[in-house]
Design a protein around this ligand. Structure first.
Ligand SMILES: [Zn+2]
Length: 508
């Protein structure tokens, strides 16, 4: 540059590490491919896997992340790939390079595009010594709906297949991107899927999606090699620091939630926040107040994962588990968030002593139980001579019984045995012609059969005469959480088993 008429010269520095970086072209726009070679830079690209001429369609994000915009879904895939390759000297681009060699991931279409069998999420040549710098690998995004991993899986598959093109083989380490093991033997957990990397602790796995048993074909040790092999193939870079992510609301202690859950985050400056329910990207938050709301079904157990991602594609990931129940009161950080008559305490909008309640979370007091003289369940607390009730209650049978029962909005709910048309009419939340007790795998029915009734699982046929009180309901207070957690774990196992992560077919 020239300043004030004088010449100012800068010294020539060392070559920038990116100057010699290998290039990975992530192609979201579709491309023809044809057989007869293996060269991403040819026009059209040549693929040893495609065999015949084929057309790979463009990435269709409405399949993988229907709740966010198309650019946000594509960014989610591309930036997760960038994160995976942060430790390595590799330049990722979404634009076809004008010259030079590059590996290409074709993100789009389904396994049928090049005649692969059902269940194959991606396919790549296994380029043992990374001898070809311009491989073509396939990532069949149309097969990876949210139930099969969504944009998270699309990114993992792209990293996995490009990993093969750099010489990596399958491993049995579930924290490694190159994980591929019979899902009947071992599946990855959801938190593992969000924190994968190219690892160094696995042992070679011969499992492959198409039923072949893959041999160790690259003449190398059978354990602990992937990150080292990749470093040798690509070179390394210093990993930039991760952004920070404050998960401000709900509080970390709140696992029981109502059916509508407000979320607030504070990421470090320059970062966006991606929010996932299980493996579905449901929101991308780019500016203050970094807030959204997630909804859930009654009795639904699920994961929420929030990630802060900065311009470098460095990220911070936080996963929490929740169980939603219709009877859980609204979440709050202060009482201004609560309906009239309720007060915010320990993150829930609660009712005072003597109020009709559905759950202990409804109460400012210690319990939601049946008390003498009050219909249904009542916010109460234990009492004795040394722990007297407040002026609002009298101590009867060891529980504070309200002197007057304020209408907490639920005093009109029906007791077991009362005729009903819907679970919402009942204290128990369960209705089959009459209000019946709730049940689950931790709390079997004393009488009747535990099955789906209006409002959830209830003891069908249990009620012939009204019970003396709602104690059968009060007794199951802790059970829904255990039931929900069991469902949660089962749901994830099922999901992972179906989505077939790590079973991408390889062609050696
Ligand atoms: Zn593979």
């Amino acid at each position: 540059m020239v300043e004030n008429g004088g010449a100012v010269r800068e010294a020539l520095g060392e070559p920038h590490p990116d100057a010699t970086a290998a290039v990975l072209f992530v192609n979201f726009t579709g491309s023809p491919v044809q057989g007869g070679g293996e060269n991403a830079t040819s026009i059209p690209p040549l693929s040893s896997i495609a065999g015949n001429a084929a057309q790979i369609p463009s990435f269709n994000p409405t399949i993988n992340a229907p709740k966010v915009s198309a650019p946000d879904a594509q960014d989610a895939v591309f930036d997760r790939l960038r994160t995976f390759y942060l430790p390595y000297n590799l330049t990722l681009t979404r634009t076809r390079p004008a010259s030079g060699s590059y590996t290409m991931i074709l993100v789009g279409g389904s396994h049928t595009a090049i005649g692969e069998p059902t269940g194959v999420a991606g396919v790549s040549p296994l380029d043992c010594g990374n001898g070809n710098p311009s491989n073509v690998v396939f990532d069949f995004s149309d097969d990876q709906s949210p139930d099969y991993g969504g944009v998270v899986s699309v990114a993992i598959t792209g990293a996995h297949e490009s990993g093969h093109s750099y010489g990596l083989q399958h491993t049995d380490d579930p924290t490694d991107i190159m994980f591929s093991v019979d899902p009947a033997t071992l599946t990855q957990t959801l938190p593992q899927l969000f924190t994968l990397g190219f690892g160094s602790s696995g042992t070679f796995s011969s499992f492959n999606a198409d039923g072949q048993v893959l041999p160790v074909s690259c003449s190398r040790p059978t354990s602990g090699v992937n990150s080292g092999l990749l470093a040798a193939a690509l070179g390394t870079k210093t990993v930039p620091p991760s952004p920070t992510l404050g998960w401000d609301f709900p509080p970390a202690t709140s696992q029981m939630v109502p059916l509508s859950i407000p979320l607030h985050f504070t990421p470090s400056a320059g970062s966006r926040v991606e929010v996932y329910k299980n493996l579905e990207l449901i929101a991308v938050l780019k500016s203050a107040p970094y807030a959204t709301t997630v909804t859930a079904a009654d009795k639904e157990g699920f994961y929420l994962t929030a990630e802060a991602i900065d311009a470098n594609a460095a990220r911070s990931t936080s996963t929490r588990t929740y169980v939603a129940e219709a009877k859980t009161p609204a979440l709050c950080s202060d009482s201004s968030m609560c309906p009239s008559g309720r007060t915010c305490k320990d993150a829930f909008c609660r009712l005072p002593l003597g109020s009709a309640c559905k759950s202990t979370l409804d109460c400012l007091t210690s319990f939601c139980k049946a008390v003498p003289g009050a219909p249904g369940l009542t916010c109460t607390q234990v009492c004795d001579a040394s722990n007297p009730c407040s002026a609002d209650g009298t101590c009867t049978g060891g529980l504070c019984v309200p002197t007057s029962v304020p209408d907490g909005g639920m005093s009109q709910l029906k007791n077991q045995g009362d005729a009903c048309a819907d679970g919402t009419e009942c204290v128990s939340g369960r209705c089959q012609d009459v209000c019946v007790p709730g049940c689950d795998d931790q709390t079997p029915c004393a009488t009747g059969t535990c099955q789906d009734v209006s409002g959830g699982l209830g003891c069908a046929g249990a009620m012939t005469t009204p019970p003396a009180s709602g104690c059968a309901v009060a007794g199951r207070a802790p059970a829904p959480f255990a039931w929900g957690l069991a469902l949660l774990l089962f749901g994830v196992a099922l999901r992972n088993g179906r989505r077939e992560r790590g079973v991408a077919r390889d062609v050696a």
